[in-house]
Every structure is written in structure tokens, then in C-alpha cells.
Ligand binder design. Structure first.
Ligand SMILES: Nc1ncnc2c1ncn2[C@@H]1O[C@H](COP(=O)(O)OP(=O)(O)OP(=O)(O)O)[C@@H](O)[C@H]1O
Ligand SMILES: [Mg+2]
Length: 475
């Protein structure tokens, strides 16, 4: 229970505090902080009078920025310092660090974050810090910070202060150039992921797949044609360019589920070990313009758009369907950009009209068909590995498995091994026959369509229920 005396006292105290606040608001802002003094000493002027230039940097390029800033600070007397000020330092920017009536920003510990530099490597980068350095002999102060969605910052940020605006401009040019020259993204396989806060996404590193041409069973010439177009055009880049021919190319791989489109794409990445690649699947295709930007910057590059039919006609940021954004991204690249766009779909009819409306973006469309008997024989042998099945049994099975796919062959062999294991013995020809019976049985129709082999031999019209043999599945 509060007494009246207590209430009066509290009221008096709160009045007093309000007046203190009003006074301090009038009298102490703006006011240079200890950090502002230090920055002013470095810039040889009153830091409160120097304007701040902001450079936004996609967060997945923070590592590049950190490396570039280290390099640009290296010659001479570059200094890296941190900032005191608790939580508030995340909300404030460089000009508040210099000039603030409430928080006496001072030199504190540097904030670091661990960031990937490859599929299996990472490094420590500055996530909030101030650098004092010289560029072309002129002093520069800058603040470097990572994106922090919890503080409403979608991208990383570099804020630069120097007395001469032209120096700032040239410094930022040097920063951008060095970020490209030393980028950790170049030559890597990247994919885009949604951030945990939903809005922006960043590139993440993916291990480059290892799929040999021999691992893929396709009708003669099909794989060659694709590889020629995607890989070999790049290796003849000088000849083509000097003959005034364009390098940019768009390839569409279409065909029923489970026939080896993703496998082929993985092989393309194996066959281009030095090439920067961005892989977008399904809904992450909406990051196509960011992917195209990476491809343009770090060419030679390949942009993979997997299962594009799943999202082709959806609208995301713009009123037009996503497929048009994809085609625009392809269109927006210079003809002499060494960039290949490779799209896959198992419902080409969804794309046909749109592609016809904007001709010229896709310059090669290749069907990856259901395997014919000869391919099925090879598939069955390949996936039987060294299982002890007789050639006669494998051939007979291949013959019966009309209308099935490569992923069907793989699943069939797995089931035969399981069947033998359950009976606690080695696999034998009977297992092959029995499991094929089961899979070919009408009751297994759903499973078969999930393995990409509908009863009537055509692709299912709904791609959603197709089993996903994703990127990280073995080949
Ligand atoms: N032509 C093939 N040669 C060798 N293996 C194959 C072939 N087709 C499919 N497979 C096997 O089946 C798996 C799934 O195939 P894949 O993911 O490439 O199919 P897809 O054509 O991309 O299907 P979807 O349209 O459903 O994406 C492969 O990883 C591979 O193990
Ligand atoms: Mg696929």
C-alpha cells in the first residue's frame, strides 16, 4: 500500500526528471562523444561537421567487404576499433557515434561474426566496428556493420566519412573493385535461402557435386548436346567474342520426373569446376535477379533454375509472373556475358506459351525422355552395381519395366536388397522379379508416379507430388 506521502514524493520526482530531460534535450544535443573526438583527430577536423556517405552491401558479401577493407587499410596506419554503448550502438550509425547528447560513445571491443567462405570453411569478420585509415593519403573514417534483421537492417552497411567528397567516391569505387577481385563467391556453387526473418535471403555455399558423364544414362547424343552448349561455348569464349558472337545462353531441359534432369545439371557443375554457379530451386527462384547479378559479376557463371514450372506463373514482387522475371534477368545480361541459364521442368506445357511470347531467351531446349529399352538395360545394370543378378534376369526386368525411369531403376534395386536382407540371405534373381512385380502392380501406381513413371507413360500433370531427389541426394 502506498501512502499519500509516497505518492506526493513520486510525483515530485517524476516532475523533476521531466524537467531534467527537457533541459538536457535543449542544452546537450548535439554534443561530440569521445569517439567523435578520436575520429575528428584522425580526420584533422571537427568530425561533427563531416557528412556520412552510406554504401549498402548485400549481407552475403560482407565477407568480401571485410577482406577488401582489411586490404585497403593495410597500407599505412589502418586502425580497427569497436564501439561502446550497449544495445544502442546497433540502432545508431556513424554520425550518432560522433555526436550524441545521451550516449557517450567511446572506444570499445570490436564485434565479430563467423561467416562462411566456402562449403566447408569460415572466417571471422567485423560485424560492428570503426576503421580509421588513409586512402590516397587522405584520412578516412568508416563504420562497418553486418545486416541485423532484429534491428531492422536488411543489408550490411559501410558508412564513410572524409573531408573531401571526391575521396569518398574514389574510396567506394576501390572498395567495390576490391570486393570483386578478392571475392570468396567466385568459382563457388551458391544457393539462396530464406533468412529466418523471412524477407531477404543470402547466398550460401553448396559443395560442388561430383557426377561423371558415365553416371548418366541418356539416349546417344543428348548429354553431349547439353554439355556442348553449356560448357564448350564457354571454353571457346575468345573465338566467339572476336567473331562478334554472343556467349550468353539459355537452356531448357524438359521431360518426365525422375529421368535425370537434375542429375544432368549436377554433371554440368562437375564439368565446370572453376565456374561460379547459383542454384535456385522452386520458390527460391524468386531471387533470380540477385542470382543474375552474381553471375554477371563473377562470370564465367551458370545459373540453374530447377523445377521452374512449380513457380513459373506465380507472382512475387512484381505483377508479372515469375517466369517473365527470369526471362528479363536473362535478357538484362549483356550478350557477351559468359553466363549460362539452365532451367529444368517436367511440365514444359506450362512454360510453352510464355516462352513463345518472349522468343530468343532460351536458345536450346532439350528433352530428357523416358528411357527406351536400351537405356533401361543400362540403367538396370548401373543400379544393380555388383548385386549378383544374372544378365538374363536384368534384361528381362528392363524389358518389363516399360515406361519407367532412372529413379525407378534405382529404387527397384534398393528394394531387392531390402527384400533379401529381410529374408537374411544374399540377393538373387527371384528378388528382382518379385520386387518388379510389386512395383509394376497397379496397387503401387502412386509409388510409381512418385518415382516418375505414371501408368500411361506420360508425365503426371501435377509436379507437386513428384518425389524429390534433391541436390544433396547421392547420384
Ligand atoms: N538418366 C539417368 N541416368 C542415371 N540415373 C538416373 C537417370 N535418371 C534418373 N536417375 C536416377 O534417379 C535419380 C533422380 O533423377 P533426377 O533427380 O535427375 O530426375 P529429374 O529428371 O530431375 O526429375 P524431376 O523432374 O522430378 O526433378 C537420380 O539421382 C539418379 O540416381
Ligand atoms: Mg529434378
Amino acid at each position: 500500500m502506498l501512502h499519500d506521502d509516497d505518492r506526493d514524493l513520486m510525483r515530485a520526482v517524476s516532475d523533476y526528471l521531466r524537467r531534467v530531460n527537457e533541459l538536457s534535450a535543449r542544452e546537450t544535443i548535439p554534443s561530440r562523444t569521445p569517439l567523435g573526438d578520436l575520429i575528428g583527430e584522425h580526420l584533422e577536423t571537427d568530425a561533427e561537421r563531416v557528412s556520412v556517405v552510406q554504401e549498402q552491401i548485400a549481407d552475403h558479401r560482407l565477407v568480401d567487404a571485410d577482406i577488401a577493407l582489411d586490404a585497403l587499410s593495410a597500407d599505412g596506419d589502418g586502425r580497427l576499433i569497436g564501439v561502446t554503448g550497449g544495445e544502442q550502438r546497433h540502432h545508431h550509425g556513424l554520425s550518432e557515434y560522433v555526436s550524441n547528447g545521451h550516449i557517450r560513445y567511446d572506444v570499445g571491443p570490436v564485434d565479430y561474426a563467423e561467416r562462411a567462405t566456402g562449403p566447408n570453411s569460415s572466417t571471422r569478420v567485423v560485424s560492428l566496428g570503426v576503421r580509421l585509415l588513409h586512402f590516397e593519403g587522405s584520412p578516412i573514417a568508416l563504420a562497418q556493420r553486418a545486416a541485423a534483421q532484429q534491428y531492422g537492417r536488411q543489408s550490411a552497411l559501410v558508412e564513410v566519412m572524409a573531408t573531401d567528397a571526391a575521396v569518398v567516391t574514389r574510396f567506394l569505387e576501390a572498395l567495390r573493385r576490391t570486393m570483386v577481385e578478392r571475392s570468396v563467391l567466385r568459382g563457388q556453387v551458391l544457393s539462396f535461402q530464406h533468412s529466418e526473418y523471412g524477407r531477404e535471403a543470402g547466398a550460401t555455399f553448396v559443395a560442388r557435386p561430383a557426377v561423371d558423364a558415365d553416371d548418366i544414362v541418356l539416349p546417344d547424343g543428348v548429354l553431349d548436346e547439353i554439355v556442348q552448349h553449356v560448357v564448350t561455348i564457354g571454353t571457346h569464349r575468345e573465338v566467339l567474342l572476336s567473331a562478334g558472337q554472343h556467349l550468353k545462353r539459355g537452356v531448357l531441359l524438359y521431360g518426365p520426373p525422375g529421368t535425370g534432369k537434375t542429375l544432368t545439371v549436377r554433371h554440368l557443375l562437375t564439368a565446370t569446376p572453376e565456374t561460379t554457379a547459383v542454384v535456385l530451386t522452386g520458390s527460391s527462384i524468386r531471387f533470380v535477379s540477385a542470382a543474375a547479378e552474381i553471375a554477371r559479376t563473377f562470370q564465367p557463371a551458370i545459373v540453374i533454375l530447377e523445377d521452374i514450372d512449380l513457380v513459373a506463373m506465380e507472382r512475387h514482387s512484381s505483377p508479372q509472373p515469375l517466369l517473365f522475371e527470369v526471362l528479363d534477368a536473362l535478357d538484362g545480361l549483356d550478350g557477351d556475358a559468359d553466363v549460362a541459364f539452365v532451367m529444368t521442368t517436367n511440365r514444359v506445357e506450362v512454360l510453352e506459351r510464355a516462352l513463345a511470347e518472349r522468343p530468343g531467351r532460351v536458345d536450346l531446349a532439350v528433352e530428357v525422355p523416358l528411357p527406351a529399352l536400351d537405356e533401361r538395360r543400362r540403367l538396370f545394370r548401373r543400379y544393380a552395381h555388383d548385386l549378383p543378378y544374372s544378365d538374363a534376369a536384368l534384361d528381362a526386368a528392363a524389358e518389363r519395366a516399360d515406361g519407367t525411369t532412372g529413379s525407378f531403376a534405382k529404387e527397384l534395386m534398393r528394394r531387392t536388397v531390402l527384400r533379401a536382407a529381410r529374408a537374411d540371405r544374399e540377393p538373387q534373381d527371384d528378388d528382382l522379379t518379385a520386387e518388379l512385380d510389386r512395383l509394376m502392380d497397379a496397387r503401387e501406381q502412386l509409388t510409381r508416379s512418385m518415382l516418375g513413371s505414371p501408368a500411361d507413360g506420360r508425365a503426371p500433370t501435377n509436379g507437386e507430388h513428384v518425389a524429390s531427389f534433391g541436390w544433396f541426394a547421392g547420384s
